[in-house]
Design a binder for this molecule. Structure first.
Ligand code: AR6
Length: 356
């Protein structure tokens, strides 16, 4: 089931439960705790008083009162004391216990803040890693939509090189495309508005040549073109991994079989929910959204040419005029197929995540 990092104020999330990064007293505080109490109203504090506090790593549930979410799950993260006092295990327990409580209360969707990453001083990148590991593990066995809510993009800090590499690749490729785009725009303007002073009239460049002068050349040219096109099409056909009329669902099914990937694994690796997976696979004519199509290419760990082929079957191309496409292209080219890691990078770059 899907996991998404979103930029938002957690008190605005329309989910079944939001998680509060509280303290042991459960009687309110600053940060996200203060924001949740303010938005929920005084009845939340009243209910919290009756709970008798909460141990670090444990979780307790209350109603949401004026919040758009039905419940608040209060959990207490560890204060960071250098990392050798059991902080990672305690932080993991917060996510595990909060998710279990959400499950016991039939929640379909839950939103977390980055617990301990504010006043409690847990290093942000490490806090994110613990959150992602626990949420991913939970989603391997449970159906739920889980959000990690960051107030700002800076709240999410990534370890590893992928973010920097993708950003650099976008810089290279996207800038190049803009350059081409500008040149194309200038050419269109030239054709539309006429030649700037000193340039030949566009009409003289694109006017059809006199037949008698050019008949021979034209024929030769078009024959050569047909030959070339036929050759290119032949190559393209040869490069395709499956039959030309194969559908998106057909290619996904074939690749699952060839690679021995179970449906459940594909659902997780594509970050899609079971219903969407069923819709894609059981309806030969179904055209998924582009982010979903990209997610399947990643889940199936397709090489770039086959990823392009799969996208074509859903009516899309990988464009160098689209930053998400460029980012995903880089990940595929370099063999990064972890959808969560890719989505973290897309979040930081303010681009659309994959999946659903
Ligand atoms: N929406 C989403 N994220 C938020 C929001 C919000 N409205 N407000 C803050 N954050 P913190 P902790 C982020 O300090 O580190 C309280 O006083 C924030 O940027 O709220 O677990 C409690 O009573 C950071 O990334 O929680 C405790 O005493 C993350 O939420 C203590 O703070 C957590 O920051 C708990 O400290």
């Amino acid at each position: 089931m899907p996991f998404e990092i979103v930029k938002n104020d957690i008190t605005k999330m329309r989910v079944d439960a939001i998680v509060n990064a509280a303290n042991n007293s459960l009687l309110g505080g600053g940060g996200v705790d203060g924001a949740i109490h303010r938005a929920a109203g005084p009845q939340l504090l009243e209910e919290c008083r009756a709970l008798g506090g909460c141990e670090t790593g444990e979780a307790k549930l209350t109603r949401g009162y004026r919040l758009p979410s039905k419940y608040v799950i209060h959990t207490v993260g560890p204060v960071w004391r250098g990392g050798s006092e059991g902080e990672p295990a305690l932080l993991a327990a917060c996510y595990r216990n909060a998710l279990a409580l959400a499950g016991q209360n039939n929640c379909d969707s839950v939103a977390f803040p980055l617990i301990s990453a504010g006043a409690y001083g847990y290093p942000k990148a490490q806090a994110l890693q613990v959150a992602v590991d626990e949420i991913t593990r939970f989603l391997e066995a449970n159906d739920m939509m889980v959000y990690l809510v960051a107030f700002t993009r800076d709240a999410i800090e990534l370890t590893g090189d992928l973010y920097g590499e993708v950003a650099a690749y976008i810089d290279d490729v996207y800038v190049q495309e803009r350059h081409d785009f500008d040149r194309e725009a200038r050419r269109s303007q030239y054709l539309r508005d006429g030649a700037p002073r000193g340039m030949p009239d566009p009409g003289s460049l694109f006017r059809r040549p006199h037949r008698e002068d050019n008949a021979r050349n034209e024929t030769v040219f078009s024959e050569a073109n047909v030959e070339r096109l036929t050759a290119v099409q032949g190559e393209a056909q040869a490069e395709m991994s499956g039959p030309r009329d194969e559908t998106f669902a057909g290619m996904v099914a074939r690749k699952l079989g060839e690679k021995g990937i179970a449906d459940e694994t594909c659902i997780l690796r594509a970050n899609v929910d079971r219903r969407l997976f069923g819709k894609v696979m059981n309806n030969q004519g179904y055209k998924p959204g582009k982010q979903t199509a990209l997610a399947f290419a990643v889940a199936l760990q397709l090489p770039l040419d086959e990823a392009r082929e799969l996208l074509t079957k859903a009516g899309y191309t990988l464009s160098h005029g689209d930053k998400t496409d460029i980012a995903v292209e880089y990940c595929i080219m370099t063999g990064y197929y972890d959808v969560t890691e890719i989505n973290e990078v897309l979040f930081k770059l303010d681009l659309q995540p994959l999946g659903y």
